[in-house]
Design a protein around this ligand. Sequence first.
Ligand code: ADP
Ligand code: MG
Length: 249
Amino acid sequence: MGILEVKNVGKRFGGLQALGDVNLSIAENSVHAIIGPNGAGKSTLLNCLVGKLIPDTGSVMFDGQSVLGRKPYEINQMGISRVFQTPEIFGDLSVLENMMIPCFAKRDGAFGMNAIGSVMSQTDIIERAEHMLEEMKMADKRHMTASSMSRGDKRRLEIGMCLSQEPRLLLLDEPTAGMARADTNNTIDLLKQISDERDITIAIIEHDMHVVFSLAQRITVLAQGTPLVEDTPDNIKGHPKVREAYLGE
Ligand code: ADP
Ligand code: MG
C-alpha cells in the first residue's frame, strides 16, 4: 500500500474526458514523477488530490483515509501540501512576512494556536518563520521584498512555506517551469535534499526531463487522461512510446 492510492479516478469537463480511469500508487518516502504532454490531465489529477476538484468516479486515499469530499484546508491538515504552477507568494511582503503566514496556520494546531492550544504570540510565529528560513538557507534574504527575488528563490520560499506545515506528501506542479537552468538546478538540489533529509513523499509533475530523471524513483506517464506506463526512470528512458513522445526519437 502506498501513502497515496488513486483508484479508477475519472473527471469530465462538459464533453471532455480530462481523466479517464487513473490508477496510481505512490510509495511512502519516494519521489514519484508524473509526466505527459500538455493537456494530458496532470494538473487535473493533482487538483483532484487536493480537493480543488472532485472526481466524478473513483477514490483517493491518503494514508488509509479518503480525501474525497474534504475541503482543501482539511486535506492540507491531513498532511498534503501543494506547490502551484505559478509561485503563490505575496510579492509586496518581505520574505519573512511570507514565511510567517503558514507558520501562523501550522498543521499541528488550530489557526493561530500552538500545539497545546494556546494562542501563538507574534514572537512564536517570527521564531518559527526564522527557523524555517534558516533551514531553507534564506535567512540572509529575510528582509527582501519577495517580488524582487529570482524565480528560483521565489520557488525556494514557496517550498519552505509548504514545509513549515510539516506535510507528509508534497505535491509540485511543474516547479521549474519558466526557470533559467541555474535556478532549475538549484531547485533539483533543494528537492533532493528535502527528500534525503525529511520523512516526506514527493509527487512532482514535470515537463523538464532533466529534472524528472535527476529526482524520480518512479515515473508515471499520463496520456489523454490515462496512465500509459509506470516504471523506473531507466525503463522509462528505454520505453519506445516514451522515447517517441518525449525524447524526440
Ligand atoms: P496538463 O496539466 O496535463 O497540461 P490539464 O489537467 O490542465 O492538463 O488539462 C487536461 C484537459 O482538461 C485539457 O484539455 C484542458 O483544456 C481541460 N481542462 C482543464 N481544466 C479545465 C476546466 N476547469 N474546465 C474545462 N476544461 C478543463
Ligand atoms: Mg498542467
